[in-house]
Design a protein around this ligand. Structure first.
Ligand code: F6P
Length: 325
């Protein structure tokens, strides 16, 4: 096994707060080991275009607290094609990049797998996505911050819902995954939570609202993951009104969940994962993802990560439904 002299790092897919902390950890750990670092801008798009920069020790100064990603990100169609990946492998070889660290979600990891299978580029993945939908790790970078951002909005909406005796349907991110909705639904005291993983029963939502009203409840928060219902919270609320006639408001939290300064938790896991990713490539590991399971670092084969699905914790839904007043 040849020594790794230069490692490439990039972010890809939806940005997530804490990605910068991970980049910083990768750069600083690599430099401490005498490995130089190539930053690849705009994810796989920049990889194909050869949009590379040298990252030195000061290039990552004062970024640990910043949301977004200094390397920028993208979702690349061209990289899904074999000739796009061949071009990317050529660009890496020309730049002398010996191994690649990709920070992102499932799409990013599938790209890493293709690159290593087809072109033998050593690759390691770091899970960075607000969705927390990656198997092999308890948490992904950005989830905790996104949850806290959404929760802040829900708390504020509850004030106005209570003042006006209103029903609010609040849409949070998660096209395929209800993890954010479950967590903020429970922590925000929502009366009901709709997620893509559980077939949704409009009648049961209407019943919950009607029974609450009978008990004298005047305001309600229903948290809806964007993928829980065709048309999101807006369509969901309209369907409830059709059956009940209840007046309501819809609030879509949206991309605000993807930005902002990362929480202490996200900065910490990002730093630990970035450091572990460099340790992994330096020791010759490839096709692995860095996870944290029960607070222990883990190396998880990317093939397993890409072929499995992370289940959401339905216990949160059960508890939320019991304790709603
Ligand atoms: O994967 C992160 C995520 O924010 C999802 O929760 C959401 O469905 C999707 O990205 C939105 O993607 P885009 O910003 O490309 O519209």
């Amino acid at each position: 096994m040849a020594d790794v002299m230069n490692v490439g790092v990039f972010t890809s897919g939806g940005d997530a707060p804490g990605m910068n902390a991970a980049i910083r950890a990768v750069v600083r750990t690599a430099l401490a080991r005498g490995i130089s670092v190539t930053g690849i801008r705009r994810g796989y798009t920049g990889l194909i275009a050869g949009d590379f920069i040298n990252l030195d020790v000061t290039s990552v100064s004062n970024i640990i607290q910043l949301g977004g990603t200094i390397l920028k990100t993208s979702r690349s169609e061209a990289f899904r094609k074999a000739d796009g990946r061949a071009e990317a492998a050529r660009k890496l070889a020309d730049a002398g990049v010996d191994a690649l660290i990709g920070i992102g979600g499932d799409g990013t990891f599938r790209g890493l797998m293709d690159l290593t299978n087809e072109h033998r580029v050593p690759v390691v993945g770091i899970p960075g996505t607000i969705d927390n939908d990656i198997p092999g790790t308890d948490d992904t970078i950005g989830f905790d911050t996104a949850v806290n951002t959404a929760l802040e909005s829900i708390d504020k909406i509850r004030d106005t819902a209570d003042s006006h005796d209103r029903i609010f349907f609040i849409e949070v991110m998660g096209r395929y995954c209800g993890a954010i909705a479950l967590e903020v639904g429970l922590a925000g005291g929502a009366e009901e939570i709709a997620i893509p993983e559980v077939a949704f029963d409009i009648d049961s939502a209407c019943r919950i609202l009607a029974e609450g009203r009978k008990r004298g409840k005047t305001s309600f928060i229903v948290v809806v993951a964007e993928g829980a219902y065709e048309g999101g919270a807006t369509a969901f609320a309209a369907a409830v009104r059709e059956r009940t006639g209840y007046d309501y408001r819809v609030s879509i939290v949206g991309h605000v969940q993807r930005g902002g300064s990362p929480t202490s938790f996200d900065r910490t896991i990002a730093s630990r994962m970035g450091c572990a990713a460099v340790d992994a490539v330096a020791s010759g590991a490839s096709a692995q993802m860095i996870g944290i399971v029960c607070d222990e670092m883990a190396l998880v084969p990317l093939a397993d990560v890409c072929s499995q699905k992370k289940e959401v914790d339905l216990e949160l839904l059960r508890v939320a439904r019991i304790i709603t007043g």
